[in-house]
Design a protein around this ligand. Structure first.
Ligand code: PEP
Ligand code: MG
Length: 555
């Protein structure tokens, strides 16, 4: 019988293949090179990998290799290893132990990003030990799902892509390197699967569902067939869609819409532009606030924001102010237990409780903008009315006065609260842009908690009420001279949703880059008058399911 182990979804897609367990280097072998020579050889290997990755346009991974090259030359690492050798430890063991000590000190800080760097240090030390002892690098021999406690980045990039079916980690998080790399490589991945490494040695076949975050140990015929069929269908669709990803987002009669990317990490920006983004339409900055014991300071935030502005080369970057609370609680910004966190102290509602939070973030955004010489766009989540907007505009004004040399930012709001839909004609004239957050707007309009799986069928943004709300916001924006309207909820990355949004007159669709091809392909098969008519009819239908059928039938 199939055994299921639940973890966290890290990269979408499904895979079924033999498991391949990666174990950290065993170092008992005698050294053939000195620590100095082995480190130099490891740096040469890492640099060669970085060049190879860059040549293939895999910048995010190349940057990880650059960072590892510096770590391999770190005098502190070498001194610690030399000391251990002087105390009688074998050289290969010494470098691994020294790497472990540095990694443990990173992890002790309790910062998710630094914890991810710990994996890099261990990886570098293991590579130096491997070079020193002449042990061959691990290789895949057949199509496999790679399993590990945590997968070092250099192992990921050296694995034969043709044989790498998926990644399943016992540790890791959505922000660990292996997860970031899997997403950028388009390889399904699950992380945080407790008990996986111990279970795998007796497993012949491993299935993973990267959307649901489930690992299936020795899937039975029915589960394997379901996963294989889903994998084949997704692969075929992805291949067909990929041809459209780099093109423009336009109807077949030339109505253009901006194709923007949603990102959660600065490192995703480069790949988003490479994948065909014209802008970053939603940078969910709150991810950098999670998994830490204190808020990131202004300089740390500014460095991250500057990285995204640099990757954009002058294209627009929308920084969403930290959307904390609701389903994204942060331990060091305590909120008393709430019966309904989604209706509670969330996003800009936290400004009064934590008055330093938003000014620090705004200063960091403006400082990054000044440093890079690029205009930033600032977006406030959960704005409900004119008082909320006044607060946001005042905070931005104060920040601009405090960081005066920054190019004045574009300022916008998310519309995700129903009151803001009804007040859109009052809000839109005072701002540069609106981005509709259909994930929250759907849950609030339909009173259906987005985290409640039992209500999944009620959370479809194709519901006629949501379409009417979006239509109302578009109309309010059209009554202004400067405001534009985007959609950055999941609806924008759903080909059916995207067709309706274009028909409703939205200016920009912002989505996960992996959706670009499918969305551009779907919109590109339709004419603007067709989509306008479809969107109009859909607003008079009875249910989201009926709308979905109508969009599919019209294709
Ligand atoms: C939304 O609500 O549609 C949105 C984009 O924000 P998040 O999903 O991060 O709440
Ligand atoms: Mg939201």
């Amino acid at each position: 019988m199939t055994r299921e182990l639940r973890g966290t979804p890290a990269a979408p897609g499904v895979a079924v293949a033999a498991p391949w367990l990666h174990r950290p280097a065993v170092t008992g072998a005698p050294a053939r090179l000195s620590l100095f020579d082995a480190s130099a050889a490891a740096v040469a290997e890492i640099s060669a990998l970085a060049t190879l990755l860059r040549d293939r346009g895999r910048e995010a991974e190349a940057e990880i290799m650059d960072a590892q090259s510096l770590m391999a030359q770190d005098p502190a690492l070498h001194e610690a290893a030399d000391q251990l050798v002087a105390d009688g430890t074998r050289p290969a063991d010494a470098i691994v132990q020294a790497g472990e000590a540095v990694a443990a000190s990173f992890e002790a800080i309790g910062d998710e990003i630094l914890a991810a760097r710990a994996a890099d240090v261990r990886d570098v030390a293991a590579r130096i030990a491997r070079v020193m002892t002449g042990v061959a690098a691990p290789r895949l021999e057949r199509r496999s799902v790679v399993v590990a406690a945590d997968l070092p980045p250099s192992v990921t990039v050296e694995l034969d892509r043709a044989l790498l079916a998926g990644i399943a980690l016992e540790g890791g998080s959505r922000t660990s390197h292996a997860a970031i790399l899997s997403r950028s490589l388009g390889i399904p991945a699950v992380v945080g699967v407790a008990g996986l490494c111990d279970a795998v040695p007796t497993v012949m076949e491993l299935g993973i569902d990267g959307d649901a975050g489930i690992a299936y140990l020795d899937p039975d015929a029915e589960t394997a067939a379901r996963l294989a069929a889903a994998s084949a269908a997704a692969g075929e669709r992805a291949r067909a869609d990929a041809a459209f990803a780099a093109g423009v987002l336009a109807t077949n009669d030339g109505h253009r819409v901006i194709c923007a990317a949603n990102i959660g990490e600065p490192t995703e920006a480069e790949a988003a532009f490479a994948a065909g983004a014209e802008a970053i339409g939603l940078f969910r900055t709150e991810f950098a606030f999670a998994g830490r014991s204190t808020a990131p300071d202004e300089a740390t935030q500014a460095a991250a924001y500057a990285q995204v502005l640099r990757a954009a080369h002058g294209a627009e970057v929308v920084f969403r102010l930290a959307d904390i609370g609701g389903d994204k609680p942060i331990a060091y910004l305590p909120i008393e237990p709430e019966a309904n966190p989604f209706l509670g102290l969330r996003a800009i509602r936290l400004a009064a409780r934590h008055p330093e939070l938003l000014p620090t973030q705004l200063h960091a955004i403006l400082r990054a903008s000044a440093d890079v010489g690029a205009r930033a766009s600032i977006m406030a989540p959960m704005v409900a009315d004119e008082e909320d907007l006044a607060l946001v505009l005042r905070l931005v004004e104060d920040a601009c006065a405090a960081v005066p040399d920054a190019a004045g930012p574009r300022v916008g709001i998310m519309i995700e609260v129903p009151s803001a839909v009804l007040l859109a004609d009052r809000l839109a004239p005072r701002i540069d842009f609106i981005s509709i957050g259909t994930n929250d707007l759907t849950q609030y309009l339909l009173a259906a908690d987005r985290s409640n799986a039992a209500l999944a069928a009620r959370q479809d943004p194709l519901h006629p009420a949501v379409l009417r709300a979006i239509g109302q916001v578009v109309e309010a924006v059209r009554g202004t001279t400067r405001c534009t309207v985007a959609v950055c909820g999941e609806m924008a990355g759903d080909p059916a949703g995207a067709q309706l949004l274009v028909g409703l007159g939205v200016d920009e669709l912002s989505m996960e880059p992996r959706a670009f091809g499918a969305v551009k392909r779907a919109v590109g098969t339709r004419s603007m008058p067709d989509l306008v008519a479809l969107a109009r009819t859909a607003q008079h239908m009875r249910s989201a399911a009926e709308v979905r059928r109508a969009v599919e039938a019209a294709a």
